[in-house]
Design a protein around this ligand. Structure first.
Ligand SMILES: [Zn+2]
Length: 342
């Protein structure tokens, strides 16, 4: 099969479009003919060698897969060859105290498909039968591949972790990212008010169209001052962050008393200073978030059937141009998901 592979860690030039053996699969797995695979920042960290011991080499990236079932293992029920499917990106043992209470991503055996296993930058990928989910009828392959990881992450962050409720205000950093564009929509479904930031006018306009009530240019405007202004001095109840170091201090200054900061990533770096006085006097909560449970993914997918949530596809590249697709992401030129068509 054709695949995009890297044999050593480094820049986008390490990605090679070449022939690889078709993946083997066991009786509990299925072989998927990939039709679309969305990019995530994880792909860039994997290729760059962050936590390199977790990456099987040579490596095929790609955590967000949609396609058709090509072959099924003998113990896989309820799925047939030819079914149009998307793949839940998390693998866990399903039996520990975390898995059985819906906290799959805390499982000691948790892995992300296409990060800690071989993924969807390829014509075929093998996945556990229990990760296969039928595609909602009204979604194309490209749209379906744009959903799982970012909507699962945004849902887990805003519901399970920070308990955002109707009438509250959330500050969403980086609306142009996949997870930012998902967060705006999830927050609106929950009935919250959204202040979103982005780096240029075109992205701010798209954020507004997705439902953001107010938008702020994080390059040219003072974000904490603007958050305070648009909320009539109340500030944000929840801050939704995936940027880390560059936004940390501004997030602290943007939070209302009792505010919750929820973070799922550190695209700008992972070191920040904490003034503990802020935390206790204003009774802030700082929370980490990592993926989510399969039950949460099934729940969030339900909102796509009636289009209350919509996939945000920025651009579609042919598989062999994966390096150009990753460069677009690294330069933050995108709004929403960059997808490889396979
Ligand atoms: Zn488990």
């Amino acid at each position: 099969m054709k695949a995009v592979v890297f044999h050593e860690f480094g820049g986008p030039e390490k990605l090679r479009y070449e022939d690889m053996p078709e993946p083997v699969f066991n009786e509990n797995e299925a072989l998927i003919r990939v039709r679309a695979c969305a990019l995530n920042h994880l792909d860039i960290w994997a290729r760059g060698g962050t936590r390199s011991d977790r990456i099987p080499m040579p490596h095929i990236s790609g955590c967000d897969v949609s396609g058709e079932i090509a072959k099924v293992g003998s113990l896989v029920d309820n799925h047939n060859v030819g079914d149009k499917v998307l793949i839940a990106p998390g693998i866990s043992d399903g039996i520990c105290e975390y898995c059985t209470s819906g906290w799959d991503s805390l499982c000691e055996n948790y892995k992300i498909i296409g990060y800690e296993t071989q993924g969807g930058y390829a014509e075929y990928v093998s996945v556990p039968g229990k990760n296969i989910i039928a595609i909602p009828d009204n979604l194309t392959f490209e749209e379906a591949a744009s959903v799982p990881l970012v909507f699962l992450t945004a849902w887990h962050m805003l519901t399970t972790r920070s308990h955002l409720t109707a009438g509250e205000t959330v500050l969403v950093w980086g609306a142009g990212s996949g997870v930012g564009s998902a967060a705006i929509q999830v927050a609106k479904v929950l009935g919250a008010k959204v202040v979103a930031t982005a780096g240029n006018e075109s992205k701010l306009d798209k954020a507004r169209k997705l439902g953001a009530d107010w938008v702020i240019n994080h390059h040219t405007q003072d974000v904490p001052a603007e958050v305070k202004r648009v909320t009539n001095g109340k500030k944000a109840n929840v801050v939704f962050d995936h940027v880390g170091q560059a936004t940390w201090e501004k997030s602290m200054r943007s939070m209302a008393p009792g505010g919750r900061l929820v973070n799922c990533g550190v695209t700008s770096g992972g070191k920040a200073e904490i003034d503990i006085r802020y935390i206790f006097v204003r009774q802030f909560s700082l929370m980490g978030s990592y993926m989510g449970g399969k039950g949460e993914l099934l729940k969030v997918l339900g909102f796509f059937e009636d289009r209350r949530l919509k996939p945000v596809v920025d651009s579609v590249f042919p598989l062999k141009n994966a390096a150009a697709a990753q460069s677009r992401m690294e330069k933050s030129e995108h709004f929403g998901k960059i997808v490889l068509k396979v």
